[in-house]
Design a protein around this ligand. Structure first.
Ligand SMILES: [Zn+2]
Length: 284
């Protein structure tokens, strides 16, 4: 076990750019939902926490939901800057706003080819789009061309949680079944579904079982709260498809790992989930 180099497949910068500027009132509600402080931290604070938790690398994601939220993005350039400062610790993932059309395609191309980012994350509830809407298929075509994996948020979101009307955020966009279409129509595209997809966990497990190109990360929830069905599949039939993720800063990395340890998985399963599956997906 000691030889494992832990890779967190899903983390946000804890800095003002994301927490306050891009996140606005949505992240205030998310912080309440997760029971954490909404006070921004520095990237050095983050590295220190990862050191303490013994995590070698994290996928750091950008955030662009400008059309739907009206809030400024945490840009791909910003994320690339963090990767440049800590190249051993971070792998950068882009974000593009699907509603920007041709600009989104260009942003993605620049993010990967010029800035060196290695994947893209979508948060459909915040970006207000259905992943299987054919208007956005050119983005997935571009991902295949650039040979990068795609992340989709699945299920409940802390953003807007507890606010009247959920701050206008609609959960329907985050239903897993819509990514099944994308996985079927783009068999060469590697898709990572994010989070135990409550209340649609069974749906995401079925898709992951059925589509070789779909993976599931385990971020955003402490493992002790995982539904029984997820624990069973992660330790068995889907042991080569589940990935360690935190959704930092919403989940404390050391607490996640401690809770994961208590599930009692074999060393083989732990190694797959904490490192090997991520290496495969990221091509590193
Ligand atoms: Zn996230």
């Amino acid at each position: 076990m000691s030889l494992i180099k832990l890779i967190d497949i899903h983390a946000h910068p804890p800095t003002e750019e994301f927490s306050t500027i891009s996140g606005g009132r949505y992240m205030r509600h998310a912080a309440e939902y997760f029971g954490i402080s909404n006070k921004p931290k520095t990237i050095e604070d983050m590295i220190e926490e990862y050191d303490r938790a013994g995590i070698a690398k994290a996928v750091l994601v950008a955030w662009d939901a400008e059309t739907a939220t009206g809030l400024p993005k945490t840009s791909n350039e910003y994320i690339a800057g963090m990767v440049d400062r800590f190249p051993d610790r971070f792998i950068g993932f882009a974000s593009v706003d699907p509603w920007k059309g041709r600009v989104a395609l260009k942003d993605l191309e620049v993010a990967v080819r010029d800035l060196g980012l290695r994947g893209v994350k979508f948060q459909q509830a915040m970006q207000a789009f259905f992943p299987n809407d054919r208007r956005f298929y050119p983005i997935y075509e571009k991902c295949v061309e650039l040979e990068i994996p795609v992340q989709f948020h699945l299920g409940m979101t802390g953003a807007g949680s507890g606010a009247p009307g959920g701050d206008g955020v609609k959960l329907k966009y985050a239903r897993p079944i819509y990514i099944d279409d994308v996985a079927a129509d783009f068999p060469e595209l590697t898709i990572i579904g994010l989070h135990p997809s409550w209340p649609w966990q069974d749906e995401s497990i079925a898709i992951c079982m059925h589509k070789a190109n779909v993976y599931l990360d385990l971020s955003g929830w402490l493992p002790k709260y995982f539904p029984e069905v997820l624990i069973r599949y992660a330790g068995g039939l889907l042991k080569e498809k589940c990935l360690f993720g935190t959704d930092y800063p919403f989940i404390d990395p050391a607490r996640w790992l401690q809770s994961f340890d208590e599930l009692g998985f074999s060393d083989e399963v732990k190694e797959l989930i904490l490192e090997k599956n991520a290496r495969k997906v990221l091509g590193i």
